[in-house]
Design a protein around this ligand. Structure first.
Ligand code: F6P
Length: 272
């Protein structure tokens, strides 16, 4: 499509909207709550906004943009704890994990991204992975709120240890994984709340790579792909895989790039 054709098509679209919708009237709609977004976010007209939810909506609309960009999600490379099936902790990368960090550098060097930013969790395994790429990025930032779900009293246990030491807790998590909160730790619901500032900031940014963890990346992926609470804690975010999210008009394109470097599988199926 030429530039002229695109412009004509766009103006026709506005004409069609004009036939379908009624404009808000300053006097007649005086009592209604609304926000007008003018010229794709150049200016805003906010009217009669009350309460928490409405002001969150205004905040959200003021932070989104329509410029083309991609958000990349990657777990850290395989860690020493991953290899022995332990939850959480702060162990370094395994040999395979280090290889993955090296390959990630090649991958992003080929992507040739403008204004590329890296946000990493503060856990050693994530920071080690992200630091391999630091020369490619404008900024590398380490966010505490990108750290993995806090498994509380189960930190450092395997799923088998968890089941044998705390069978009731284990069964409760299986029953409702989204709401289950580890004693002295977090739930997926807590994680979603912890990640709100990250998600809002992702909406404002251009090309960003988030280097984080299985549970955290599930929450971010669920937000961009519109997943429900039951499915969110079971989304597949394997090790040694880059997930590329490209926001489009009404959805988000998801591409997965699996690297050919061995890694353990940390996925636990939803019990039947
Ligand atoms: O096993 C890797 C890991 O990142 C753990 O540190 C974390 O507790 C777990 O995955 C989260 O996944 P799930 O919620 O499926 O147990």
């Amino acid at each position: 499509m030429t530039e002229e054709e695109a412009k004509e098509d766009f103006l026709k679209r506005i004409e069609n909207y004009r036939m379908q919708y009624e404009p808000l009237d300053l006097e007649y709609d005086e009592d209604k709550s609304y926000i007008k977004v003018i010229n794709a976010g150049k200016s805003f007209y906010v009217h009669n906004v009350n309460g928490h939810v409405q002001s969150r909506v205004v905040y959200f609309l003021m932070n989104i943009h329509l410029l083309p960009r991609s958000i990349y999600l990657s777990r850290h490379g395989e860690s020493e704890y991953n290899r022995i099936g332990r939850l959480g902790g702060d162990s370094p990368l395994s040999e395979n994990g280090l290889k993955y960090a090296g390959k990630l550098l090649e991958y992003f060097a080929n992507e040739k991204l403008d204004d590329f930013r890296i946000w990493s969790s503060q856990k050693i395994r994530a920071a080690q992975t992200a630091s391999h790429l630091k020369d490619l990025a404008e900024h590398t930032e380490f966010w505490k709120c990108l750290d993995e779900i806090d498994a509380g009293i189960c930190e450092g246990l395997t799923y088998e240890d968890f089941e044998s030491r705390y069978p009731k807790q284990f069964a409760e998590r299986d029953k409702d994984k989204y709401h289950y909160r580890y004693p002295s730790g977090e739930s997926y619901e807590d994680l979603v709340a912890r990640l709100e500032p990250v998600i809002m900031e992702l909406e404002r940014q251009s090309n960003v790579l988030v280097v984080s963890h299985q549970a955290v990346l599930r929450c971010i992926l669920a937000y961009f792909t519109n997943q429900n609470r039951d499915d969110l804690p079971y989304l597949k975010v394997p090790l040694h895989t880059v997930i590329k999210l490209t926001p489009k008009a009404y959805s988000c394109e998801v591409e997965m790039f699996k690297f050919d470097i061995d890694a353990v599988n940390t996925y636990r199926e939803k019990p039947k």
